[in-house]
Write a protein that binds this ligand. Sequence first.
Ligand code: ZN
Ligand code: FE
Length: 242
Amino acid sequence: MSLEIVQVPVLSDNYVYLAHDAASGETAVIDPAVAEPVLEAAAARGWTITQILNTHWHPDHVGGNAAIVAATGAKVTGPKDEVARIPGIDRPVGEGDTVSIGASRGRVIGVAAHTAGHIAYAFEADGVLFPGDTLFAMGCGRLFEGTPADMFAALGKLMALPDATQVYCAHEYTQSNARFAVTVEPDNADLAARVASVNARRAQSLPTVPFTIGEERATNPFVRAASAAELGARRAAKDSFR
Ligand code: ZN
Ligand code: FE
């Protein structure tokens, strides 16, 4: 793969990503919640951020836009249905549009549900997906602006990607999701094994992201819901799960 990806943990549980193409020297940042640690992570590698890719308007995904643009002149790409709420947006995109980081091509996938204009970026030749707050390890985003049917459709699009696709989601929510997932599928052996491995990683303060589409197919109760209604019931149960 040609994209080199760096994970930058910020705030309490956000992940910001740098995606660097060595051949062109381009560096994109995906969902910069904040600017400083992201600029530092790029500078430490001798990289200059040339573009920002936003998945949705929430402040913990766009909060660093203005300062990164001011520091680097980076161009901002974001969801066309949320332009008014994406600071500094230069290029609004939607389902079927393409973004480029050097020679790497990313397909924009419309996944409105968590927010009404949410998009994901799939760099299929690189085997990489940036789903923002739509798909998490063993979980999915809350339905702030969409319906269970919207999320069912969104997850269906993401699960059409190959099993080996590496998923770089925007939060470390894995352990909380795992505790809920085992209540939905107590007899799922793949899930039990994954929970054990996730707990071991977190005990060492290691990230559980990225993970693969194949792992989600086997263990994510939202992806595995048979209908929008079943997904909706699980989402509502998770919202009040402690
Ligand atoms: Zn969000
Ligand atoms: Fe978020």
